[in-house]
Design a protein around this ligand. Sequence first.
Ligand code: ADP
Ligand code: ZN
Ligand code: ZN
Length: 667
Amino acid sequence: MNEPRKFAEVAVGLPVQSTFHYRVPARFQSRIGVGQRVMVPFGHRRLLGVIVDFVARPEVAAVKPIDTVLDNEAVLEPDLLQLTRWMGRHYQVGWGETIQTALPVPFRRGQSDTKPREEEEPAPLVPHEPPRLTAAQRAVLEPIQKAIETGEHQIFLLHGVTGSGKTEVYLQAIRTALEKNLSSIVLVPEISLTPQTIERFQGRFGRKEVALLHSGMLESRRLQEWKRIRSGEARVVVGARSAVFAPIRSLGLIVVDEEHEPSYKQDDSPRYHAREVAIQRAVLNKAVVLLGSATPSLESYEKAQRGEIRLLELKERVEEIPLPAIDIVDMRQEIPRGRHSFIFSRKLEEAIAKTLEEKQQAILFLNRRGFSTFAQCRKCGHTMRCRSCQIALTYHIETKEMICHYCTAAVPAPELCPQCRSGYLRFFGTGTQRVESELAKNFPHARIARMDTDATRVRGSHEKILGAFRRGETDILIGTQMVAKGLDYPRVTLVGVISADTALNLPDFRSAERTFNLLTQVAGRAGRSHLAGRVIVQTYAPHHYAIQAASRHDYRAFYNQEIQVRKELNLPPFSRLIQLVSRSPSAPKGLAFAEKAAQELRKHLQGQPVEIVGPSPAPIHKLRRQVRWQILIKTAVSDKIEMTVGEALKRLHPPKGCHLAVDVDPL
Ligand code: ADP
Ligand code: ZN
Ligand code: ZN
């Protein structure tokens, strides 16, 4: 027998963990339920909230009534309610905020869903038959299938070199889930969501069965897909980070491809990591998690070492295609030739020439866009910096502008030094645009394309550039990390890394890991067919262990060195970090608050296994005219500490004009 639902417990979109009680007016009785959105009075405002439960007795006497019920059915299933509550606690943000993140964008704004679902006739598609698995693939697939079939929560880490057939394993695991009437989510980094990737899933399961969710889609289109998932029409969801919240009812499997990718971490609040959320969601649903990577995160691999997750390995590429040979070029040994900068070593230049001669293709990689990375006056030493961020401005040749890569502010590039008015302003450092222009000078007949955020600003240009490259209309593709992932073109026989040091020099304890990953991924673009591939890596640090291990395709060697460093310095995965960044337009006020906050934290966390560092200037001290200070909390790895720190954080109240951002497990 249903009790009358007198009082509802509502999570509202505020940065608070607590929920609030509201009276359910009689007129809503018949149509109200958990997981539906409501509008509720809150102070002088009306807020959007989601019903998380019903209670017999409210906490407060003067309980207000619900204004409006926006949905006729739940927009969040119980497992997503539980998941978002866990996220709120874990990432130290409000439950209402994590709920908002899990909803389609129009639903976050309190829009009602009135439009019926549009029926769309999907374009025809050539179905792909699954290939016969190799013995190695069968060996890794078997335990995954078994876990899916027995409905047991289990986490697997599939460590497989690039081109070892991981995706094929995902596809067959999804098939197993479908046979048990279970749905799957496949998380893919945003930049790997190429038409090629999408086709692979649709070709196997059909367009109707596969739903896509990524930020490049129009909101209305995303909502359509959301409904197709919810209705059970599409049981395979392929998408970027936020697809982890897909409204699936019977979840069997979550695949996290390229699980080491930093883009799985959302960089504004709530700062969740999709891999961690995926694991939590799988726990709640007794589903299987399959993490895949050629370069697993230290966190996941360490868990596999401890037996917390099960390691599966694919050590060779399918069809015995060898991994490409990697040559390291020591740029300190390069003799300057002519007036020109040292962008291309002799070795790389010769390799490019040979590739062109043989009518094959090359990819050149540089993780910096723009033309030059800074402008300095040779007379007075002035460097051009962003007025609001104090970051050196990057010269962009196409628009003849100096651009701040943090806040995107742009000024026309001056002819004269803005400080001493001399004509000695010079541009230093190499970006992708400069590589492009130098390359065009050296190889005037080569067909060159560039792929970076500047070149792909217009919707569809990404596909256009890759399409031309795939059809062989381009000989050389230059790009930032956009070209490092997932591209699989048989005629690419040369990959050149212009500078392996850009990631290595970042002031971040993960810089070695980033460098190893990036080099391995980029190298994986070469020699994917029977045409042998070759990789040339230019560096000023040829003996660094990350570069050495990458050149030998030796993940274990890298891991063993790096985990030692982490252990000695008590860094993740041996500890957890929580970063607090205060920002305010007034420098003294911001610092005063940060100092007070650090003091309070030290007081409240005294005697706990917690270390507090700071406040110190944040790595980007000034951003968009705001001054930023950071406090780093390093804790032991335990849920109990998480709660204790959470309690301490709740006591911090930034004064007016000051803002405090909390980032749990920052990247
Ligand atoms: P990864 O995801 O590890 O990079 P893929 O699954 O993309 O590897 O496989 C690499 C290439 O090998 C793809 O072109 C894929 O179609 C092909 N392939 C994978 N498994 C097999 C198999 N068992 N037999 C033949 N070709 C395969
Ligand atoms: Zn000057
Ligand atoms: Zn700026």
